[in-house]
Ligand binder design. Structure first.
Ligand SMILES: C[S@@+](CC[C@H](N)C(=O)[O-])C[C@H]1O[C@@H](n2cnc3c(N)ncnc32)[C@H](O)[C@@H]1O
Length: 235
């Protein structure tokens, strides 16, 4: 298995260094659920390592061997490697036999799924990992018009030495994102949906939607770019 993220695994953490607003939210959800939790698209452990540092065991799944290698290094550095169980696999068919109280998919990772068929398959797969009453928690976004206007087709220095370019297709509702830094470059495509469409897919996948928030402080969704979802597998 290889992934567009392999080429930027070494620069992913410096690239996303300013993204910190979600960490305490996901760690609190994990502490509430207890061990083990499953994090889908675990990446370099930006959330999983602090979750393990809070004493919670994490089964982390990702399709990028390079991202998982960095995650392993970060877990060693933080002294929590024994609390992280990292597995190469896909959102659609995660290699997890365990059944848990919490499955998460942080930082917009479901946007890597580009069709409703793929999204539904991944949501059903996440539901299958949950015990009855367990929760799927994830966040996604849909861009605002000014965001598209400000960034479309321009290379921007997001962090020192790390450049990002967004090519938006408003009709197809896709974002082709290119990233380059000293040690690598990549391009991948993300697809967005409206909150109403995410809600419909969650319900179709057999979830009960408990919350759709507008941010990680659980403020009600009021039409912004971000949505944070809490969905429950019914008993
Ligand atoms: C934006 S990063 C998020 C990483 C991490 N959750 C975080 O919060 O920093 C998206 C991650 O999704 C992974 N990914 C993309 N498509 C995937 C798929 N189909 N199955 C599993 N992982 C996938 C990528 O390899 C990458 O690590």
């Amino acid at each position: 298995m290889s992934s567009a993220y392999d080429a930027i695994a070494e620069i992913y953490d410096p690239w996303s260094v300013s993204v910190t607003e979600d960490v305490s939210f996901y760690v609190a959800e994990a502490k509430r659920a207890g061990s083990p939790v499953v994090e889908l698209a675990v990446g370099t452990g930006r959330i999983a390592v602090p979750t393990a540092a809070a004493g919670i065991r994490v089964i982390g799944v990702d399709s990028s061997p390079g991202m998982l290698d960095v995650c392993r290094e970060q877990a060693e550095l933080a002294g929590v490697a024994d609390l992280l169980d990292l597995r190469l696999g896909d959102l659609a068919d995660p290699p997890v036999e365990e059944r848990v109280l919490l499955v998460t998919c942080p930082f917009r990772s479901y946007l890597h799924l580009l069709t409703d068929e793929e999204r539904l398959r991944a949501l059903v797969a996440a539901r299958e990992l949950l015990v009855p009453g367990g929760r799927l928690v994830f966040d996604v976004f849909a861009p605002a018009a000014d965001d598209i206007e400000d960034t479309h087709g321009r290379w921007l220095e997001r962090e020192p030495g790390i450049f990002e370019r967004a090519d938006w297709d408003e009709e197809a509702r896709t974002l082709t994102l290119s990233v380059r830094g000293a040690s690598g470059a990549t391009t991948f495509t993300l697809g967005w949906l409206s909150p109403e469409e995410w809600r419909a897919l969650l319900e179709q996948a057999g979830f009960q939607v408990l919350g759709c928030y507008g941010w990680f402080d659980k403020r009600p969704y009021a039409g912004g770019e971000d949505t944070v979802w809490i969905a429950r597998r019914p008993n």
